[in-house]
Structure formats: C-alpha cells, structure tokens
Design a protein around this ligand. Structure first.
Ligand code: NAD
Length: 462
C-alpha cells in the first residue's frame, strides 16, 4: 500500500520505516522542515536502536522517502498514519492542536478515498472529533474511513516492538477499514517478514502471532490510556512498597520479587526508584485523569499514582540531604539524564527534576549520559556536561545514578572514588546491589533496601 506517515518523532519515525520494511511504499512528513532535511541527507534526529539500518534499507529499496510537503504526502497515499505529538497543555489535558491541524490539512488536501489512522495517544472521543473535522473541512470532497490504532512501542526497543507486538489494536467503524488495516499489518500477523532487529526471518527469530484486537474507536482510544495508566500504577505501587520497606527494615527488591513471581501479577514495572518519566506515562496519566474528570468520573486511584510519583523526587532529595547535610556549595555528579536507558529522550525525565532541585538548593552539577548529551546541552545550560561517566566524579561530594544505563556498572569505580571529595553514591535506580561498591570504599544508598549485611555463617560443629 501507499502510506503517508505524518509526524516523524519516536513513533512516526519508527512506524514509517518499519512499514516500508514490510513492503509498503511510505512517505514520512513533518512540519519540522529541519528534521526532514536531516533525514533526507541521511542523518537521524533521534537515537533508536536498529532504526538507522531500517531507514537506510527502506530508502535504498526506493520504498521510503521524506518530504516537508505534507500536502504532497497526503495526496500521494491511500492510508495516512497520524503520529504527531499530543503534549500536555497547561491543565494537564492532552493538547489536540497538532491532531486538529493535521485533520484539517487532510480534509483540505485529500481527494478520492483515504484511510485515516490515528496512532498518537489521544483521549477517548478524539476519533469522533476528527471525523467531524474531516467532514466539515473537506465539504464532502473526499471519502474516508477513520481508524484508531494506538501505538504500544517502547522507546529503545521500538523496532523490536513493531515486528513483535503483543497485540495490534484497531478501532474501526467499517469492514473496509478493518480489511485495509489487516492488509497493512498482514506480514506481522502472518509472520512473513525479515526482522531487522534480529537480522533473520520472522520464524527464525521466534515470531509469535500477535493478538489482533478489533474494537470500536472509543475502546481503542481508551485501551491505550488505560494500559499506560496501569503500568504507571504498578510503578507507583512498587515505590509505595519501597517506602514501606525502608520504614520496616524489609528489602523492597525481595518483596517485589516475591510479588512478581505470581503470574497474575508479573515482575515487569515493579521496580522502585525515582519515579517514571518520559513522554508517555506522566502526560498520559494526567490526560486520562482529566478526561475522566470531564465526563464526571473522579479517578482518585490514578490521582494517588500521580502523587506518589511526584513525591519520588522529594524522597530522593531527602535521602541526599540526610547524608550530605547541606547541599549548598556541594558538587554532585549525575550519571544519566534520559528518562530511561537505551533512549536519548529527556522529556519529563526524573533526572532533570532531581538536578534542577539540587541546583535550586545551591549544588553544582556535573553530568553525563551516553545518548542524551546533545539534548541536555540545550535543556540544562547551567549543568557542566562531561565526556565520560568517570568524569562526573571529579571533585564531587557524591555521585547519583539517575538512569540505569547498564554501562554505568562497568565504570572505573576505583578511580572515580579516588577523584572524589567524598565517596558516596545515591543510586536512584537500584543499578547496584547493596555492598557491591563497598570494596571501593563507597557509602551506598539506594531505594527501599537496607545496607548490605552478610548472613551469619553456619556455626562450626564440634
Ligand atoms: P515526538 O514529539 O517525538 O514527535 C511528534 C512529531 O510530530 C514531531 O516531529 C513534530 O514536529 C511533528 N508534528 C507536530 N505537529 C505536526 C503537524 N501539525 N504536522 C506535521 N507534523 C507535526 O512524539 P512521539 O514520541 O513520536 O509521540 C507521538 C504520539 O505517539 C504521542 O501522542 C505519544 O503520546 C504517542 N506515543 C509515544 C510513544 C513513545 O514511546 N514516544 C509510544 C506510544 C505512543
């Protein structure tokens, strides 16, 4: 099929090239012409594993192209994926400015028949509003079907997730739309593709058929918000348990492992830390609560999830203050800026919130992240960005682990300790086990866990 993808951010720039890898002819477009120019010249505006190769192959095969001319892209295609941002507005609701603008552009440009597919995360009833906008502004010049096809990819493993989704949800109103969506995803549903993540055929990389879930549009929209809010809830629950463990002398890692081993609960998203961030959970949770409020449901459960998450930064700062006493005048090294490992995305990153609070309290911050430095240089002008993990420790009174990049475990911690004013690590992500850094003379603090204690040895028998 000829497909147009509007919005080349983390979602659009993964979806478009992956659709091209399935054999479709794809044109990606964006209102950010600098981004499009970069893509046209072979550059990548974001870090996503395996994506540069998928893009290169698509372009080389002549199935993938980029244009800043949105109207041309709309005209040339049969199906249009809308992947623009839905950032939070001042009231915590999802801003519909980009969605509405794209709907109007489609309406004013399209002719014949188009399948219009909403992939952005939107509040329930957005489809209805889009339908009205498309009909009003097109004045009947074109025929369309509307689909809600929420995206569940995780940044960092977006390419993997495209080819190996748990489920594909399509909210439709017509059989024609349902059939066309099945046609678009047929290779993934039938296991007939070459997986760029594994470099193998679908069968060779353990492909399992994803669930194909056809719903109405309102349900599809709700599924996405409900899923992200549930995952946020699990994280806040883990953090509440961690607080309880700190107060009782239990070990959160042990307790949460005990919980997660129950198949009904599952171990994912049960890790305590400095809270969730990124462009999805905080804004989707807030948008879901606000949407519910607008239709007369007070989602108190999720308000508490939000409050627990907001208090994580405070909790971590308190931990630091307890140990360092006065923050003003201290130099603090920060390992990690991205909201999670394997991405360069710093949007609503808890690392930023912690750094900004420590700066407000008078600390000087040195920071390093394997992928997010280019973003941080714009976003955190008062932070000294250094070229390696080891360098954050130089002259520091403490080092903080703010993103659990696995390579931080391989740093030369012995040398880092030697360059520090004081050997203390606050691990906001429980990257290390208690006791692991003892051999380098570090005092170590983490979330929901007690300092390392050796088990009593077995008494020698007489
Ligand atoms: P993003 O900010 O990385 O990308 C959005 C892109 O849309 C930008 O490149 C922007 O320039 C472009 N854009 C904005 N207005 C436009 C317009 N009028 N015309 C053309 N282009 C326009 O956002 P993202 O992370 O890709 O997220 C997109 C949507 O997908 C959001 O609703 C988000 O909640 C949802 N989502 C994101 C993820 C994720 O992990 N990032 C996962 C699932 C769903």
């Amino acid at each position: 099929m000829k497909i147009c993808v509007i919005g080349t951010g983390y979602v659009g720039l993964t979806t478009g090239p992956c659709l091209a890898a399935l054999g479709h002819e794809v044109i990606c477009t964006d209102c950010d012409s600098a981004k499009i120019e970069l893509l046209q010249s072979g550059g990548m505006p974001l870090f996503e594993k395996a994506l540069p190769e998928v893009v290169q192959q698509g372009v080389k095969a002549g199935r993938l192209s980029f244009t800043a001319d949105v109207r041309h892209a709309i005209e040339a295609c049969d199906a249009i994926f809308v992947c623009v941002g839905t950032p939070p507005d001042a009231d915590g609701k999802a801003s519909m400015v980009a969605i509405e603008s794209v709907a109007r552009q489609i309406a004013e440009t399209a002719s014949g028949y188009k399948l219009v597919i909403g992939k952005s995360t939107v509040p329930v009833h957005t489809g209805e509003r889009m339908r009205r906008t498309l009909a009003t502004y097109s004045r009947g010049r074109f025929d369309f079907d509307l689909v809600s096809n929420p995206e569940f990819l995780r940044e960092g493993t977006g390419v993997y997730d495209f080819f190996h989704p748990d489920r594909i949800v399509v909210g439709v109103e017509s059989e024609r739309a349902q059939n066309l969506m099945r046609e678009i995803y047929a290779p993934v549903l039938d296991g007939v593709f070459h997986c760029p993540w594994h470099g193998q055929t679908a069968r060779g990389c353990g492909w399992k058929a994803p669930a194909w879930l056809v719903t109405n549009i309102n349900s599809a929209e709700l599924i996405k918000h409900a899923a992200n809010s549930f995952l946020s809830l699990k994280i806040s629950y883990a953090n509440a348990i961690a607080d309880l463990c700190e107060l009782t002398g239990a070990n959160a890692e042990e307790v949460l492992r005990g919980l997660g081993l129950d198949r009904r609960i599952g171990s994912e998203f049960l890790r305590p830390g400095i809270g969730f961030g990124g462009f999805c959970f905080p804004k989707d949770l807030s948008a879901f609560i606000e949407m519910a409020n607008d239709i007369g449901y007070n989602f108190r459960l999720l308000r508490e999830v939000q409050a627990i998450n907001a208090s994580r930064v405070e909790h971590f700062i308190h931990l630091i203050q307890q140990e360092l006493w006065v923050i003003e005048g201290k130099t603090i090294g920060a390992l990690g800026l991205a909201f999670k490992p394997e991405t360069d995305d710093t949007r609503l990153s808890p690392a930023y919130a912690i750094i900004r609070e420590l700066q407000r309290l008078g600390a000087t911050i040195r920071a390093y992240d394997p992928q997010a430095m280019h973003k941080a240089s714009r976003e955190l002008p008062a932070v000294e960005l250094v070229a390696s993990g080891e360098e954050v420790a130089q002259g520091a009174d403490a080092v903080l682990v703010l993103t659990e990049w696995p390579q931080f475990r391989q740093l030369d911690w012995a040398r880092m300790g030697e360059t520090m004013q004081r050997r203390v690590v606050f691990d906001g992500r429980n990257l290390f086990a208690p006791g692991e850094l003892d051999r380098y003379g570090f005092d170590y603090f983490s979330i929901g866990r007690q300092p390392h204690r050796e088990l009593k040895p077995v008494a020698a028998s007489h």
